[in-house]
Structure formats: structure tokens, C-alpha cells
Design a protein around this ligand. Structure first.
Ligand code: PLP
Length: 383
């Protein structure tokens, strides 16, 4: 099988599993226990926190371990909004992950927040100045994703964060898809909160982290034993935290070379798909996009039919967003980019990994051209 759905999830890397293994077996202690087992677990957790903080360029105390991207986004948005007395206004975009959209929706429904959704252009790009114009004296929080999970467009986060900060608002970014591919230094980005998730990076599902700038109040969404400095109760996932730290460090160390190499493979792939697959259209920004994302529409097909046909041919991809899989609704991201619902139903996403090869992509182009030609009735132009 050729696996090109790495934005949905990725396999746990062997080195990551090896680092985690002791904390799943002999050193299984609860970090809150005062005996030796607990002390060992607490040390492992501290080291993992230090390592995550090292990659994010923040203090260890500013890292909260969570169960993943969804929880990190919920805690950042709901937790920060409810703890900040400044006002009840949030600024966000229509292309966010459901974890952000639904958290904002919850604040609107249950706590009377007003949510301003600034638009995006046809490439899925947010205009920072439009965010600036949406800011008000009562704006509590701005939440704009670093990079989009469906079309890969990378947003001008530094500029947006600067505008938000100048206006006295807090800035959160969902960096779940950016992690491993783009710089994550929170000081350079200028953000107050940043969410990441382990399973997009070669760590397991069920572990994530949230950077929360020091001094920022947050209302906990999980209540209990007061772990994570009261910001996230629940016995910590020690092995998961160790795995996340390892995966993040490995990805960060490889990033300068791997991002460049994968972006080159992606560009060659995009070029061939556009040239050889009948009617193919690229979605997302041509240049400002995640190195591993190549997403398209294939008019005259259905994205789901292309996905299933490619699977029969040994190629795994995704139609639109995996997180919304199972729903027949056209992608909210593509609709926000101005695409009509019919064309949006033809979307297919390929997401590469560090180990994707040129041969795999060449085989994918050939299969895709044949598949789309068969499904759409257009003649194939593939060689
Ligand atoms: N944010 C983005 C941009 C994502 O792509 C995803 C998952 O696909 C999430 C948040 C949710 O992360 P998790 O699956 O770890 O809850």
C-alpha cells in the first residue's frame, strides 16, 4: 500500500515507541505518587515537558499535556475566553478545524460570546488586515490556524498575532498540521496559545500539548486532582508525553532538510497531476502551503469514489477532511474559499510523509489519471 493520508494520522515511529516502552511496562508509576515508581514517572514527565518546551521555545511550565489537538484547542479557546474578563468577542476564520469552530460555537451558545468570522480568499488565505479590522476593545481572543488541514494553506500568523496583541487580545493558533513542517517557536510567532497533537507527528493518538503563555489565566475544562498546575486534571499520560517529546524533537531536527525535500517531491507531484489527470485543479495556495499537502478537485467525479478506486489500486488518500469523514456535507473549507458545493464534493487530498518516495508518487499519478478518466468520462492524458 502507498499511504498518502499522513495529515489524518501517521504511524508511531519506532524510535518513539522505544522511548515510550519503559513507561508502559516496568516504569509504570503515577507521577503524583510519592514512592519510587511515582518519582521515576515524574522525572520522565518533567523531561518530556522540558523537551517539548525546547522545541516550542517556551518555559516548561507553559506546556500543558492534553489528550490531543481537540482538547488543546478546546482548552485554549474555552479556557482562555472564560478566564479573561476583557469582553465576550472572538475573531476566527471559517476554515478552522471543527475543534475550534465548535469551541467558539459553544461559547456563543452557552456564554453569550459574539464570534466574528473573517473570510478567506480563493486560496484559503486569511487577510491579516481583515482580522485587524475585526478587532474591538472587547475582543478576548483571536483564533487562526497556522496551516489548514484540508488544503494546506499556511496563514500569516506572526502578523495576525502582532495585530491581536497590539489590540490587547489573546492569540491562539492551531498548529496541529504545522508541527513538524513549520517553525514552532512561540516567541517568534508571537502567540499566547498554540495547540499540537502527537498522532500527526509519529507519536500515538491520545497525546497532545498546549502552549499557554505564562501569566495567562485559563479556566480548566477538566476538573479533578489538579494535575498540570490545575489547568488539566487527570493522571498524566506519561508514556504519551515521552513519545510526543521524542517525535517532536525528531521532526524538528529533520525539518530543515525534510521540509525542503518533501516540498520538492510535492511540487513535482502537483505538476504531474495537473498535467496528466483530466480536469485536475489544485486547491489551496500554490506557494504558501504545507510541504506535505497536495490537494485537488477532479470535476466530474466524486472525491469519495476516487478515494475508493485508488484504495483498490493500493493507494490511500482522503476525500476532503478526514476529521469530517463519514459526512456527505461538502467541505466547509472549500465552501469558504468560494467553491460551489458540487465541485467541493470532488476534492481529494494527498498528504506525504518524510518517508514518501518519488516512485510512490509516480505510481499515484498513473493510477489517479486512470481512475479519474474512468470516473469522469474524460480521456486520460497520462503517459
Ligand atoms: N486541528 C487540526 C488542524 C487537525 O487537523 C486535527 C485533526 O485532524 C485536530 C485539530 C484534532 O486533533 P486530534 O485528532 O489530536 O484531536
Amino acid at each position: 500500500m502507498i499511504y498518502l493520508d499522513n495529515a489524518a494520522t501517521s504511524p508511531v515511529r519506532r524510535a518513539v515507541l522505544e522511548r515510550m516502552w519503559p513507561y508502559l511496562t516496568e516504569e509504570f508509576g503515577n507521577p503524583s505518587s510519592s514512592h519510587e515508581y511515582g518519582r521515576q514517572a515524574a522525572i520522565a514527565l518533567k523531561q518530556a515537558r522540558d523537551r517539548v518546551a525546547g522545541v516550542l521555545g517556551c518555559r516548561a511550565a507553559e506546556v500543558v499535556f492534553t489528550s490531543g489537538g481537540t482538547e488543546s484547542d478546546n482548552l485554549a479557546i474555552i479556557g482562555v475566553a472564560l478566564a479573561t474578563p476583557r469582553g465576550r468577542h472572538i475573531v476566527t476564520t471559517p476554515i478552522e478545524h471543527e475543534a475550534v469552530i465548535e469551541s467558539c460555537g459553544y461559547l456563543a451558545r452557552q456564554h453569550g460570546f459574539e464570534v466574528t468570522v473573517v473570510g478567506v480568499d480563493a486560496d484559503g488565505l486569511v487577510d491579516a488586515d481583515e482580522v485587524g479590522r475585526a478587532l474591538r476593545p472587547d475582543t478576548t481572543l483571536v483564533s487562526v490556524m497556522y496551516a489548514n488541514n484540508e488544503v494546506g494553506t499556511v496563514q500569516p500568523i506572526r502578523r495576525i498575532a502582532q495585530l491581536a496583541t497590539d489590540a490587547g487580545a489573546r492569540m491562539h493558533t492551531d498548529a496541529v498540521q504545522a508541527a513538524g513542517w513549520l517553525p514552532l517557536d512561540v516567541a517568534t510567532l508571537g502567540v499566547d496559545a498554540l495547540a499540537i497533537s502527537g498522532h500527526k507527528l509519529g507519536a500515538p493518538k491520545g497525546i497532545g500539548a498546549l502552549y499557554l503563555r505564562r501569566g495567562m489565566s485559563v479556566e480548566a475544562t477538566l476538573h479533578g486532582g489538579g494535575q498540570e498546575r490545575g489547568r488539566r486534571s487527570g493522571t498524566e499520560n506519561v508514556a504519551g508525553a515521552v513519545g510526543l517529546a521524542e517525535a517532536l524533537e525528531l521532526a524538528e531536527a529533520a525539518r530543515p532538510r525534510s521540509a525542503q525535500r518533501i516540498a520538492e517531491l510535492r511540487d513535482a507531484f502537483i505538476g504531474r497531476v495537473l498535467a496528466e489527470v483530466p480536469g485536475a485543479r489544485l486547491t489551496g495556495h500554490r506557494r504558501l502551503r504545507l510541504p506535505a499537502n497536495a490537494s485537488f478537485c477532479f470535476p466530474g467525479t466524486s472525491g469519495e469514489a476516487v478515494l475508493l478506486d485508488l484504495e483498490r489500486r493500493g493507494i490511500i488518500c482522503s476525500s476532503g477532511s478526514a476529521c469530517a469523514a463519514g459526512s456527505d456535507e461538502p467541505s466547509h473549507v472549500l465552501v469558504a474559499m468560494g467553491m460551489d458545493a458540487e465541485l467541493a464534493q470532488t476534492a481529494v487530498r494527498f498528504t506525504l510523509s518524510e518517508s514518501t518516495t518519488a516512485d510512490e508518487l509516480a505510481a499515484t499519478v498513473t493510477a489517479l489519471a486512470d481512475s479519474v478518466a474512468g470516473l469522469s468520462g474524460h480521456p486520460s492524458t497520462a503517459s
